[in-house]
Write a protein that binds this ligand. Structure first.
Ligand code: PLP
Length: 410
């Protein structure tokens, strides 16, 4: 029986009822501009600052700044999403005074394009960037990091967890190595926040990017945590909102929806992680029964909802379209690389051969998914892979025809 199964929660997630309910009044009756001096403006500003406190608490960004042990609300800068937070963190830092004139930046080969392309743009401006290698499960090379760090390194930017293969990076170790040479540590935690415990103090994080729509908040709003004392150069000039770092009239409802979704995600985190992990384990076991299938990423130290695979003799695009016809939403590589013919930079970096990297499938589950969903996913993927292989020029006698495959991808 045909169902609809959404298994692309790393691309975006459905808005939670709680977040929607929290947002609604700020989209309708409470429309005051938060920068206005009259009551309805001040109320909006207060609501945004409360949302900021919630975000700070969820990250354990506690910084007692007065007798009441309040948070320093300036540490959370609301942005227009995860990409904007990444750009602000990296470019704003390298151009800002806290970089102290240092010109070197270290990142990894498996970052999101919001980080990679920002680094490439900085290279064109004369900054020096090192892109760290990763091992076959996607962990950054810590020895290489140690070798590359120097007195000229201003910033290390490594993601908390990878969006394609789910591998979790050793944040605390990276932070310690960076700090040892006086560099700061930024992490793109867009996939991690709301899905695994994050504590900026314990993990030694100086800056952290997050995005609401990856944890059941609204799209188009995110935040950058900036540790007290770090001064960034703005990317956008204007009305000076968000301490001058995110100019433009605030997205009141978005900020409130972000905080509501984050609080909800963080409160039930352990139970949710256990539930989602159980589903994912069942999914992985089922999918790995398909012959000539490889699991990608760290099978243990990964995001609880991420399962990613490559199937030999399969084209990812065809797979996604067929799955869609069967009511299944999944993804091949990252959503951003769809439409380009090159295999994902992440799969290349973990050393997958070109000819099989094209057959990648990422299924990402959330707490909305059920065991029945998982069984349907296994059944559907198994059928679709068999159908596509039966039609494939690189599949012969029940196995991949490697000579034909290497010809095809020459
Ligand atoms: C989705 C994602 C982003 C971009 O976030 P947006 O809010 O869509 O701009 C950045 N980094 C990672 C790891 C992501 O998964």
């Amino acid at each position: 029986m045909k169902r609809f199964v959404y298994a692309d929660n790393a691309a975006t997630t459905p808005l939670s009822e709680t977040a929607f309910a929290a947002m609604k009044p700020w989209l309708t009756e409470h429309y005051g501009n938060p920068s206005s001096l009259y009551r309805i403006g001040r109320e909006a500003k207060m609501a945004i600052n409360e949302a900021r406190m919630v975000v700070g608490k969820c990250l354990n960004a506690a910084m007692p700044v007065n007798e009441a042990n309040d948070y320093a609300p300036g540490e959370i800068i609301f942005t227009g999403g995860g990409s904007q937070a990444d750009n602000l963190a990296i470019r704003g830092f390298m151009h800002g005074p806290t970089a102290k004139g240092r010109r070197h930046l270290i990142t990894s080969k498996i970052e999101h394009h919001a980080v990679l392309y920002t680094c490439e743009a900085l290279e064109k401006e004369g900054f020096r960037v090192t892109y760290l290698d990763v091992d076959e499960q996607g962990h950054v090379d810590l020895e290489q990091l140690e070798r590359e760090l120097s007195e000229d390194t201003a910033l290390v930017s490594i993601m908390a967890a990878n969006n394609e293969i789910g591998t979790i990076e050793p944040l605390r170790k990276i932070a310690d190595l960076a700090h040892a040479v006086g560099a700061k540590f930024h992490t793109d935690a867009v996939q991690a926040v709301g899905h695994m415990p994050i504590d900026v103090q314990q993990m030694g994080i100086d800056m952290l990017s997050l995005s609401a729509h990856k944890f059941r908040g609204p799209r188009g709003v995110g935040a950058l945590y900036v540790k007290k004392g770090i001064v960034l150069e703005p990317l956008v000039y204007g009305g000076g909102q968000e301490r001058g770092l995110s100019s433009g009239t605030e997205n009141t409802a978005g900020c409130i929806g972000l905080a509501a979704a984050m609080q909800e995600a963080v409160e039930g985190l352990e139970d949710k992680m256990a539930y989602v992990k159980k589903l994912t384990d069942r999914l992985v076991e089922g999918i790995m029964q398909i012959p000539y299938t490889h699991y990608t990423g760290d099978p243990v130290d990964r995001l609880p909802g991420t399962a990613s695979f490559v199937f030999e003799a399969i084209e990812g695009e065809g797979l996604i379209l067929r799955l869609d016809m069967a009511g299944v939403c999944g993804s091949t590589g990252s959503a951003c690389s769809t439409g380009s013919l090159d295999p994902s930079h992440v799969l290349m970096a973990i050393g997958l051969p070109h000819e099989i990297a094209h057959g990648s499938l990422r299924l990402t589950l959330g707490e909305q998914n059920t065991e029945e969903d998982v069984d349907y996913l296994i059944e559907t993927v198994t059928d679709v892979v068999a159908t596509l292989r039966a039609m494939s020029p690189v599949w012969k006698d029940g196995k991949p025809d490697l000579t034909a495959a290497s010809e095809l991808h020459k």
